[in-house]
Design a protein around this ligand. Structure first.
Ligand SMILES: NC(=O)c1ccc[n+]([C@@H]2O[C@H](COP(=O)([O-])OP(=O)(O)OC[C@H]3O[C@@H](n4cnc5c(N)ncnc54)[C@H](O)[C@@H]3O)[C@@H](O)[C@H]2O)c1
Length: 317
């Protein structure tokens, strides 16, 4: 049996847990959360789905009760405790594979520190920006000619640009095949809003990212946004329109449908892939950290300007 663990069993962690129950591999799962309420909900959600193959589950409030050797750990806490959780975990257990939730960390200094730690401990690590696992983006990536300019627009009312921006950045980088970008925050509004997750903030406005090859991603999240809404990918003469709500993408007048799977439908596949082959379609830690850092740095500067301070922690998750 493989030893696997989920640390942070809230809204998303409990869905990862349901997904693990659907994995084809024999799993002994330990779920760790410091909240008894979260553990209770996670246990209820676990009971809602039927197991594929052999599964064992235990619930705990203490990382130190985890097995000393773990084949896979998913860290699905919010961003603030994530770095400390990873440090405690790797101090306690030998971990072979790890999946970390986005937003990775709220402090810039954590990115290299955790990067060095997972390299030293030899932990294969990925970040859960799952769009690149979806069939539509894999098909779209085959249609795109990366030698022609790529312009992508993602625009809607209040979709949580701080919390979800990294998902769109990840898929844009996947489609362009690039690794770096610079970011213009001048059109973000100088005000903060409460995130739907307690203790974290959101912003509204526009962000423009430009890559070294001149590819451009525009993210728009505004109150009462009246402009063109949706997701558009332009590659010179080719226009692709993705509708994530309906699960369709259109190009050349042809509508294609795809399924945007729930996390509970993805995690089992992900676990099997990692446990059996040691690889997975998610972005590796190093690459995702490279996508996260300019985003965190730029938004932290806006945050400090708005709160008129000079803190090193950007409370987004
Ligand atoms: N990849 C995706 O598509 C996706 C989707 C939704 C959420 N997320 C991310 O997942 C993370 C969690 O989101 P959520 O909505 O589940 O939040 P949540 O608040 O519901 O869950 C977080 C859980 O972590 C637990 N926790 C906090 N500190 C802990 C610690 N030190 N040890 C153990 N457990 C601890 C909390 O008790 C809580 O149960 C966020 O970073 C969020 O952005 C990613």
């Amino acid at each position: 049996m493989y030893n696997v663990a989920i640390i942070g069993a809230g809204q998303l962690g409990s869905r990862h847990l349901q997904g693990l129950k659907k994995s084809g591999s024999p799993l002994s799962i330990t779920v760790v959360d410091n909240s008894v309420d979260s553990l209770k909900t996670a246990c209820e959600r676990y009971e809602e789905v039927s197991a594929v193959g052999e599964k064992k589950v235990e619930f705990s409030q203490d990382i130190n009760q985890l097995p000393l050797e773990l084949d896979l750990v998913i860290v699905a806490s919010g961003s603030k405790p994530r770095a400390a959780i990873v440090k405690s975990l790797l101090n306690h257990s030998k971990v072979r594979n790890m999946v970390l939730e986005k937003v990775l960390f709220p402090k810039l200094s954590d990115y290299d520190e955790i990067g060095d730690l997972i390299a030293e401990k030899n932990v294969r690590t990925w970040v859960n920006c799952p769009r690149r696992m979806f069939g539509n983006y894999q098909q779209i990536s085959h249609l795109i000619d990366v030698n022609k300019p790529i312009k992508m627009l993602y625009a809607a009312e209040n979709w949580g640009i701080c919390c979800n921006g990294i998902h769109i950045i990840d898929i844009f980088m996947y489609l362009t095949g690039e690794k770096d970008y610079c970011i213009d925050t001048s059109k973000l509004n100088n005000q903060l809003e409460e995130s739907k997750r307690k203790g974290y903030i959101e912003m509204t406005g526009r962000l423009t990212l430009t890559t070294p090859k001149g590819n451009v991603l525009t993210l728009i999240s505004e109150d009462n946004y009246k402009g063109e809404k949706g997701e558009y990918i332009d590659n010179q003469d080719l226009r692709i329109i993705v509708n994530e709500v309906n699960g369709t993408w259109i190009t050349g007048g042809k509508e294609n449908s795809y399924k945007m799977p729930f996390q509970s439908q993805l995690t089992g596949l992900l676990a099997d892939c990692i446990l059996i082959s040691g690889c997975c379609p998610l972005t590796t830690y190093n690459l995702s950290a490279r996508y996260h850092k300019p985003f965190i740095k730029a938004l932290l500067a806006v945050y400090n300007r708005v709160i008129n301070d000079n803190v090193d922690l950007l409370p987004i998750t």
